[in-house]
Design a protein around this ligand. Sequence first.
Ligand SMILES: Cc1cc2nc3c(=O)[nH]c(=O)nc-3n(C[C@H](O)[C@H](O)[C@H](O)COP(=O)(O)OP(=O)(O)OC[C@H]3O[C@@H](n4cnc5c(N)ncnc54)[C@H](O)[C@@H]3O)c2cc1C
Length: 542
Amino acid sequence: MQDTIDTDAPQSEMASQAYLKQLKATFEQLPNDIALYLFTAKGHEDAFTHGNRQVVRAFRELSARITLREFDLDHELAKKYNITSSPTLLIAPERYSIRWLGAPLGEEARTFLEILILVGLGQSHLSDQSLNVIKKIDSPRNIKVFVSPTCPYCPQQAVNAVKAAVEMPEYISLEIVDIQSQPELALQYAAQSVPQAFANDVLIGQGAQPEEVFILSLQKLEPQTIFIPDSDAELVETDLVVIGGGPAGLTAGIYAVRSGLRTAVVEREALGGQVATTPIVENYPGFTSVGGKTLVDIMVSHALQYVQIFQGEAVVDVQAGNPISVLTNRRKFLTKAVLFATGATHRHLGVPGESRLSGRGVSYCSTCDGPLFRGKKVVMVGGGNSAVTEALHLFHMGVDVTLIHRRDKLRAQEFLAKQLVDNNIPVLWNTEIKEIRGEKRVEEILLKNQKTGETSPFKTDGVFIAIGYTPAVELAKKLGLEINADGYIKHDGRHRTNVPGIYSGGDVEGGYKQIVTASGQGAEAAMTIFEDLINPYWLNEN
Ligand SMILES: Cc1cc2nc3c(=O)[nH]c(=O)nc-3n(C[C@H](O)[C@H](O)[C@H](O)COP(=O)(O)OP(=O)(O)OC[C@H]3O[C@@H](n4cnc5c(N)ncnc54)[C@H](O)[C@@H]3O)c2cc1C
C-alpha cells in the first residue's frame, strides 16, 4: 500500500487513494489494538471462509493495529467462546462479545469498517438520547442481527447493534448473522427478510431503525416505532402547554405549532390516551380498520414533526397568572395558555371476567363496536341517557339488544325511555351482572335479581357497558375551573373556560366521546387559543 497519492492517476482513483490514506491515518490514531479471531472448520474452505480472510487482509493492510489469529473449531478457544459454526469471526474478544457468523462481504464491509473503528476507539458514539436509554438496561441482552451482503439497509441496523455492544459489554453481546452463510439459523428465526434484529430471541426490529428507536426497542425488549427525546430542562418557557397526549392534545399540538405558537404536550402515561388501549378502530376517516396502537403511532409521528412532547410526565399543578405556571413531576413550564385535554375514563362494572374479556365481547362504546354485533345478541348495562341512547343505536344497527338496569326505573329522559317501549327492546329490571363468562369471547353472563336474590345465567355474544364516565378534572377543579352538572369542564362553546388563558378540549368536555370529535375539539381549541393570544379577549372585556 502506498503512502503518497499518485497525481497521474485518474480522478476516481485519486479520490480512492485519498480515502485510503485518510483511513490509514484514522486507524493509526485509534487508542486500542483490534484483535480478530477467525474460527473455521478444518479442511472446509467455503466462500465465506475465503471471503473473511480477504476482507480482513484488506483491512490489515491499512493498519498493523489489526491482528488476525486463526483457529480450528476443535481448538480450546472455540470451546471457551462457545463457537460451533464455521466461519465465525470474533472481534476484540478480550473486551467485547461481538461475533460475525459468515463474512463481512458486499454491503457488510461498511459495517465491518464501523466495527473496527468503534472497537479501536473503545467508544460507542451513541447519541446522548440513546445513552440515556441504554443506561436503563440492567440485565443481559443477546442481540442477533440477520444481514446479507446484498442488503443496503443492513449496515445501519448492524451498526446500531455494534454501538450497543461497545457501550455495554458487561450486558450486551452481539451476533451478526449472514443469512447466506447461516441459512438454517435464518430459517429458525424466520429471518428471510433482512435486516431483522432479535434480543434474547425476541424480535425487536424489522428493517433498519433509527439508532434511538433501536436502542429503545433493545431496552424494552419489544419493537418500538417512535422515540421521543428526553429533556433535562428544569424550566421551559412557551406559549401553550397542552395537558394530555390523547387525540385532542396531539391534534391541538399540531394546530398550535402550525399557527406559530411554541407548544409543549405533556402526557403522564401512554401517548394516544384511550386510543392506545383500543384494539381496533373502524370509524376514523381514512382508515377502514386500524389497530389503536397503529393509529396512535401515526398520530404521534405526525405530532412529533411539529410539537415537543414530554412523555411520562404528570402535570401536578397549574397556577393562573401572567405567565401561567404549570408544574409537572419533572419541571416547571411558564406559559401564556394552557389546554386541558385530560380526557375521561369509562366506569367499569368491576365484575369477574370484565377486564379479561374487554375487547372480546365486552365493550364501552356502541358507536365503535356495535357493527361487529349485527345480527347477534348483546346486553346493554346502565339506566341513564347514554345506556338508553346506545341501546337504541344498537337496535337500529340490527343488533338484538336487551337493557339491564339495577333499579326499577330509568334515569334516562322520558322521550328516550318511551322509544325503548316503542321498539320492544326488552329491559331486565332490578338486575345486576355478577360475572362475565367465556373462554376466548363473551359467551354468557351471570345475572342476579336484586329483589329475589336469585342468580341465573344468560347467553349473550356481547356486553356493552354505559354506566358513566369519570372525567379527569381534579387538576381543573383545583385551579377553580367551573365544572358542569355532569362533572365535565364547562366552556363557552369555543373551548374557553372561566379562567382567562385556560382552555379545554376532547372527552374532558363531555359530549360525544370519539377520536374524531376529540381531535376536532383539540383543533378548534388550538385555533381559539391562537386568536386569543394575538388579541386577548380578557383584556378587551373591560
Ligand atoms: C376501549 C375503548 C375503545 C374505543 N374505541 C373507539 C373507537 O373505535 N372509535 C372512536 O372514535 N373512539 C373510540 N373510543 C373513544 C376515544 O378513544 C376517546 O373519545 C378519545 O381517545 C378521547 O380523546 P381525548 O384526547 O379527549 O382523551 P384521552 O384519549 O382520554 O386522552 C387524555 C390523556 O390525558 C392524559 N392526562 C390526564 N391527566 C393528565 C395529567 N395531569 N398530566 C398529564 N397527562 C394527563 C391521560 O393520561 C390521557 O392519555 C374508545 C375508547 C375506549 C376506552
